[in-house]
Ligand binder design. Structure first.
Ligand SMILES: [Zn+2]
Length: 71
């Protein structure tokens, strides 16, 4: 079952710093808030994809910390 209630997306940048975008429900929308830079965005669809896009574009953070255990 996919983690539909997942509340954050974390990625590491190439310096090993963690960047986190929090995802919260706001009526029909999801509200995204970046912990690192304060970026905010509301979206109705694919909030985790939007969060990943921000992490890559703004912070060059594209390393999924949860992917390390899978080889
Ligand atoms: Zn940010």
């Amino acid at each position: 079952m996919p983690p539909m209630q997942s509340s954050k997306v974390s990625r590491w940048d190439q310096h090993g710093r963690e960047h986190t975008v929090h995802v919260s429900r706001s009526g029909m929308q999801r509200a995204l808030v970046c912990e690192t830079c304060g970026w905010r965005r509301g979206t109705q669809f694919l909030p985790w994809l939007k969060a990943e896009e921000h992490l890559v574009e703004a912070h060059q953070a594209d390393v999924d910390p949860t992917a390390g255990s899978v080889t």
